[in-house]
Design a protein around this ligand. Structure first.
Ligand code: FPP
Length: 245
């Protein structure tokens, strides 16, 4: 068991929860709606679940919004997801200071539109002024776990070539400091709704000792009660980190 209760009798949530927001397309198809309507509902659910995470004391929530492979989708679908992200960022610029919500992006932002890049820089600046103790949402955009590892390795090699680092210095802690998640503890719990049982290139390095929770519920329907269930399942796990109890 990993669980300890807080004073209100609620199980303490993991410090860092990561979610693959899957099933938006199927949610829309079940209602005879276009896939883009599913993403809209998914984005609304992200807001709801992020607020809930903040309220119950989760420190970090990391969500997979757009993978390095998602560019293969139709232009309309990609544009719709980017428009939802833009809308969310515009809202965030106005509200994150008031609500004490830090926002950070994981992923290679270079192919993303200059407008979204500028908004992401703006939210980064606001995040810098907020307390490190405030709740933080990490949004994975043009993110792939393999791509993140390759970018980190390339940067370390460049730092070695520039004389800033020596190859012998490389250990897990140094390598972690080159990842998009630098300074952020690994997620203890990774949730994938919609019935798919795979990681799909999400947080490959950071998931080494994460507990996984899968459910058939589609992401737009994944509510607070489902999150409570996932947290309860997490608390029932026997986490040994390779050791013996
Ligand atoms: C996976 O479901 C979902 C995506 C690839 C997009 C997720 C994006 C959002 C929820 C919108 C923007 C996010 C924020 C943070 C505002 P799928 O399309 O693969 O669903 P399917 O497997 O049922 O087809």
């Amino acid at each position: 068991m990993t669980g300890t209760g807080n004073q209100a009798g609620r199980l303490l949530p993991p410090r860092h929860i990561a979610i693959i927001m899957d099933g938006n397309g199927r949610w829309a198809a079940k209602r005879g709606l276009p896939r883009t309507a599913g993403h809209k509902a998914g984005a609304e659910n992200f807001r709801k679940i992020a607020t809930y995470c903040k309220n119950i004391g989760v420190k970090y929530l990391t969500v997979y919004a757009f993978s390095t492979e998602n560019w293969k989708r139709s232009e309309t679908e990609v544009a719709a997801i980017m428009a939802l992200l833009k809308r969310y960022l515009l809202e965030a610029v106005d509200t994150m200071e008031r609500d004490h919500i830090r926002l950070h992006f994981f992923g290679d932002m270079t192919p993303v539109s200059p407008e979204l890049q500028a908004l992401a820089r703006e939210t980064d600046e606001i995040t810098e002024h907020l307390s490190p103790d405030d709740f933080q949402a990490n949004v994975c955009l043009n993110y792939g776990g393999r791509d993140e590892i390759v970018r980190a390795a390339r940067q370390f090699a460049e730092d070695c070539a520039a004389g800033k680092r020596r190859p012998g210095e490389l250990d897990e802690a140094v390598f972690s400091s080159y990842l998009d998640s630098a300074g952020i503890p690994d997620p203890e719990l990774i949730i994938r709704p919609s019935g798919e049982l795979r990681l799909s290139n999400f947080l490959l390095w950071q998931s080494a000792y994460a507990e996984f929770y899968y459910t058939d519920t589609l992401w737009p329907d994944f509510g607070e009660a489902e999150l409570d269930k996932a947290i309860a399942a997490y608390h029932s796990r026997d986490r040994r980190f390779g050791g013996v109890k």
